[in-house]
Design a protein around this ligand. Structure first.
Ligand SMILES: Cc1cc2nc3c(=O)[nH]c(=O)nc-3n(C[C@H](O)[C@H](O)[C@H](O)COP(=O)(O)OP(=O)(O)OC[C@H]3O[C@@H](n4cnc5c(N)ncnc54)[C@H](O)[C@@H]3O)c2cc1C
Length: 343
């Protein structure tokens, strides 16, 4: 176990902002994870678990304790479409492998940055699929008991952009391996409007065609990481789509100056509003700029670092957008990324 000191965190994130980690360890095996947890505990160092850094805003003062970067690799593949994958594997490379093996289930999640271990945390989803549909179990270290254990899909408590890992049990479990059950020879999922538009009606594209289409659509929205493209120097979508009662939807519609707010069905008779629509209608158009930060020119839901931004600039724009949306529609937008080092 090699402990490094005063390591800049900005290069380890997609936003490219934030200060240093006081200590950083990269763990390549479950035992290294346990040893690091014990070391942090006995030295009273706050612990932060880092994956690919694609859903993070790190404060300008950095992280005062130990950052544990998960570097556990390896993909075990079974003939029935079950894949057991190390948490440190790159997510999109894993998706490419499953498509190559003609296994359906995660093809529309192509092009999402980050690690496999990050996917259960916010139940990663895009273009009609969520990882909760295919995860069968998550192998974790329980930092409360310091025991390794397997959590079933039901125990993970998955819902829209949430799980026990980022809500009720936040900080308790460290994801070491994730098991996905995919469908060998299964059909690609074409449920999302953008994909339905992309493929002629009545056709059934292959998994590879769907993967290519998703990556092309993501590229057009700067939702695919391309080095030196400042429209994707971000944490992806910055705000979650609010899930509200229908009466609130009517309220939003009443303040929409004649346009019809998009809505999607959600559970318990509620509706999901489009955060992107709310942001745009509140005066924050694509390309809006505020010093070194702004809204992506290709996606109104992405706050971007145009170069040389500080975390404080991102927070200021986040608050400006939240205030604008609240004043116009009475809706509180919740951020999607994780904020570290701000306490
Ligand atoms: C351009 C772009 C597009 C994106 N598009 C999407 C999208 O379409 N859909 C979507 O859902 N997300 C999207 N995201 C967000 C992000 O890619 C995902 O949330 C991703 O799964 C985060 O994984 P990560 O490894 O980068 O986690 P990190 O950013 O490193 O960490 C995020 C959180 O997960 C925790 N975590 C990470 N690994 C582990 C682990 N092994 N054990 C325990 N906790 C862990 C961290 O402690 C932190 O709380 C996008 C981001 C970008 C930059």
């Amino acid at each position: 176990m090699q402990i490094e000191e005063n390591i800049p965190l900005a290069p380890l994130t997609t936003f490219k902002v934030g200060g240093n980690a006081r200590y950083l360890v990269e763990a390549r095996a479950a035992d290294d994870v346990l040893a690091t947890v014990e070391y942090a505990r006995s030295n009273q160092l706050p612990l932060f678990v880092l994956g690919g850094g694609s859903n993070l805003v790190v404060s300008d003062t950095g992280w005062p304790g130990m950052v544990l970067k998960i570097g556990i690799r390896g993909v075990e593949e079974r003939s029935d479409g079950v894949f057991e994958v190390g948490a440190g594997e790159d997510w999109d490379s894993f998706v490419a492998l499953t498509v190559n093996r003609n296994c359906a289930g995660v093809e529309t999640l192509s092009g999402i940055p980050g690690t496999v271990g990050g996917t259960p945390v916010q139940n990663v989803g895009a273009y009609g699929q969520e990882v909760s549909e295919t995860i069968t179990s998550v192998h974790v270290l329980d930092t409360a008991t310091r025991q390794f254990k397997d959590l079933s899909n039901a125990e993970c408590g998955f819902a829209y952009r949430t799980s026990i890992f980022n809500s009720t049990e936040r900080g308790r479990y460290i994801v070491l391996r994730v098991t996905y059950a995919l469908r060998p020879g299964g059909a690609a999922k074409i449920a999302y409007a953008d994909l339905k538009k992309y493929f002629p009606e009545g056709t059934q594209p292959t998994l590879q065609q769907v993967r290519d289409a998703v990556r092309e659509i993501r590229l057009s929205k700067a939702m695919l990481i391309v080095p030196n493209d400042d429209d994707c120097r971000s944490a992806g979508s910055f705000f979650k789509n609010p899930i509200v009662d229908t009466s609130i939807y009517e309220d939003v519609a009443a303040h929409a100056n004649g346009s019809v707010p998009p809505k999607y069905p959600a559970s318990d008779g509620k509706v999901k509003l489009s955060a992107a629509w709310l942001v745009e209608q509140s005066g924050f158009a694509k390309g809006y700029t505020r010093g070194a930060v702004g809204i992506s020119r290709r996606h109104s839901l992405a706050i971007v670092n145009r170069g040389g931004a500080a975390a404080a600039d991102i927070i200021a724009l986040k608050e400006e957008v939240q205030k604008g949306v609240h004043e116009k529609f009475g809706i509180e937008l919740s951020p999607e990324p994780v904020f570290i080092g701000f306490e």
